[in-house]
Design a protein around this ligand. Sequence first.
Ligand code: PLP
Length: 459
Amino acid sequence: MDTSNINDLSEVVEADRIHVWHHLSQHKQYEAVDPRVIVEGKGLRVWDATGRETLDAVSGGVWTVNVGYGRESIANVVRDQLLKMNYFAGSAGSIPGAMFAQRLIEKMPGMTRVYYSNSGSEANEKAYKMVRQIAHQVHGGKKWKILYRERDYHGTTIAALASGGQEERKSFYGPYPEGFVPVPHCLEYRSQWGEVEDYGLRAANAIEEVILREGPDTVGAIILEPVTAGGGVITPPEGYWPRVQEICKKYGLLLIIDEVVCGVGRTGKWFGYQQYGVQPDIVTMAKGVASGYAAISCTVTTEAVFEMFKGNPNDPLDYFRDISTFGGCTAGPAAALENMRIIEDEGLLENTTAMGERLMGNLNALMEKHRVIGQVRGKGLFIGAELVSDRTSREPLAEATVAAVVGAVMKRGVQIGMTNRSVPGFNNTLCLSPALISTADDVDQMSDAIDGALGEICG
Ligand code: PLP
């Protein structure tokens, strides 16, 4: 990167310090240190306003930049599209909107319809509105409750938070809308039932218990992440998903799968649910859909779900009464189409599987050296290492120590993440989700930095 004009950025840094209210940041602390203004990115690497280079092992901090930074072909496609036709409300069609929907559906057997909006939260809100309208229209006001799972996260708007299983994100924003009901998490390492032989089945059966408690005629849907992301990179235990699917069929629940993180290659398949042979009714996605080159999210449904909204021409109110202004922006689907082409042409699903296995192997090898690593979990380039102060009792490592490890990794030039606020006391998982273009050298650099940081902080 050309850092010759870096001094000119001091004004920018000051403007950022004084005027920008940063996401998820405690500003008293943030302002005490130099604000971090990222000015350039290429591949997996980013440079900040001081010229410091970092290897980004979290795809833009939050599992987003799947194809890496500086993709000229995406910028060109978006530029051309914006000059030709930048926007028209989503009640009309657009060339990239239609073409991306077609390409996406090819990757999702059983699904047929794509509803566009702008963020993961919004995509999930659309899904909830579909469930609620079906409850009114088809079930005579019944089946309006939506189940969600402890530790899962589905977004930041009020209804999305109501369906969030992370207490520390949720508290202070209630009261919440009614009808969102939690089911137990499926993290076997922290089993709620002690040692059980078939934990996956036990955790899935816990969903049935909630349905029976609430009354099956009141419950319309369940939303789940294929692999829980910010709640601790929780891969589902053996047997979990098939049983969840059975339960949904048995009680007539719509299965909503939140692919906001897992979608578009992150786990080594196009979608996380495809790792587990499950067939959803509604799938939501955002982050990696256009790798952050434009804002786009999708709520994808089966034809059976869509059929319920086709409407009766004699009733002018019989349709999905929803809109998202910027769901009509063409930059999103144009970028998403090119993003998908890159993943295909560069073989990034295969690379994700191979590099994911290498990174998992490296981290598993570190367990021999660092007793603070309690468990390594993940799928593809989506990996978590849960840190504990004692391997036998599995006492979680203190959050401040985990944060110090993340800081020490950063000092070594690599940015990783840690569990977002999930269960109080359990913000103890290191998170890695580098771009799908990662090379063997890149993933080795990540695990080497973690090795050094654990040695420095945890001895
Ligand atoms: N769903 C999951 C699994 C997420 O991790 C997130 C954000 O991190 C969301 C939904 C919300 O997406 P957004 O921040 O785009 O609203």
